[in-house]
Design a protein around this ligand. Sequence first.
Ligand code: SF4
Ligand code: SF4
Length: 281
Amino acid sequence: MCEFCLKHGEGKKWYLQVSNYSDDLLSDVRRRRFIETFFTDTESLERNFRRVEQLEKVPGFIRGIVKRVITRKAKKVHYGQVVPIEDIERIFGFVNSIVRVACICRHITLGREKRYCYGVSLAPDGGRLGEIIRGLDKSYLSGPDMVGMEELSKEEAISDLRSHEQEGLCHSVWTFHAPFIGGICNCDRSDCLAMRCTVTHGIPVMFRAEYVAAVDPDQCNGCRECMRVCQFGAVSYSVSNKKAVIDQRQCYGCGICRSVCQKDAIRLEERSKVSVAASLW
Ligand code: SF4
Ligand code: SF4
């Protein structure tokens, strides 16, 4: 289990602990301020990301120290974890409000509004999280779809997330000052700052999922669709066997490869039971 399961999950998956979504956690002023700044000060988010990119030019030992500091801070304020769709469905089973909002990352990287992020709350009307977001200056929404928050039913939200899987986006949950979880995002390696930070620059700001994928060679027909959608370069193709092969040390356990496999040849296994991946987060 990841560090957050041990710290915030009482030995279970931390993002399935109902208390981590509690409105009461938003009585903490620092947490509220962080959410307000996060959604409005996109310039500082972009500036920080440019600094991360610049780190590549810094001598290795300094880079190593700075990377560890960034990860330590992120774990306190805004850290994510990759989550497969069945666990997102479990989360949707106990939250009482789901709203779709514009993605800040895509605002920065694409300069366009993409509605890939979902706010979740135990309160039926979005509770304090909804109040905070409704009260923000949303001038970063460049339109044309400038409605701030769209309320969705659980069925609509899960259907959206299934469509995002078809686009090759991987689901993740996000804290706003751990352990409070307020958001579910749909990430990809080119446009999501967190994935670029974690995968491209080697500065983790999100955990891998609690799972890893494996291919059943008896089912696989070698079509390579799974290779096409894997954001983490974990799938290769065995020319001699004419089958896909997943490197479980590279796999983030998102399960997106399953959504494009017509042969139902890929399954997720508990990371803790797969020795080569159990300690990789
Ligand atoms: S998508 Fe499925 S059938 Fe196609 S290569 Fe991957 S595992 Fe095999
Ligand atoms: S191989 Fe692993 S990381 Fe790649 S899409 Fe499948 S589950 Fe995700």
